[in-house]
Ligand binder design. Sequence first.
Ligand code: SER
Length: 317
Amino acid sequence: MKNVLVVGSTGQIGSELTMALRERYGNAHIIAGYIPGCEPKGELADSGPAAIVDVTDGTTIAETVSRYHIDTIYNLAALLSVVAEAKPRMAWRVGIDGLWNILEVAHEQGCAVFTPSSIGSFGIETPHDHTPQDTIQRPRTIYGVSKVTTELLSEWFHHKYGVDTRSVRFPGIISYVTPPGGGTTDYAVDIFYSAVRGEKFICPIKAGTRMDMMYMPDALRAAIELMEAAPERLKHHNGFNVAAMSFDPETIYNEIRKHIPEFEMTYDVDPLKESIAESWPDLMDDTCAREEWGWRHEYDLPRMTADMLEKLKARMA
Ligand code: SER
């Protein structure tokens, strides 16, 4: 039986991944790790166990892993790209010093570890169209530098100590449960909140700037299916490209207007967000994930938009 620790269980991905894992493996087997001030609430709090796990304090990880006989850790602790530029030292402490603490405990206590990488691990010199699995990774954001390091450090623990580390490069994740905070791709979530509230959306990204995006149900499946994949099938372990859709602000705006024709959008471009967005892929090539562990996305832009609007309307009613 699996016993799983989700580190960062109250964040955008963690809050939904914890519930998806509870549904799959049983509530009592999934521990929601959180830091003080970000306690689980509602269904997340009521449906299963929780523990304080601060990645910057290795003893909290070691104690929880030992107490609950954890065999798999999903490490979702990170600062997103825009906030990381403002707090680079903290981004490194959480993303890299924190990852080191997780990997050390995983080595000592025999856990598999999933730590997401991102489209942010690429930079301006990377081929933007059909970005290959193995290519130039020279990001200029601290977020990107920490994600490349995440991939390399995870690989190193795998080769040096045999720790079963695996990860995908997530696109921008679109979801309606917990909002993201401080990312470059957040606009693709915020636009839905404006549309449902009947407000005009002010877009911080230029028309024509495309980025990879993915709907949360696909992102959750990617994480779970990669961790369940037969190890002998994997040629890569960390940093699998996974793609689902790619669009610019005009394209998603027009898709939402098919459902809400009166919806309005204007632009007030944020230079930092725009420069980050322009350095990221337009669309990643995810052939390796498809061949090595059977990755398939289910949501394209029209299907995601219809579902997002329906679910968000119901939540905000
Ligand atoms: N969503 C992240 C960000 O925008 C990218 O992985 O920072």
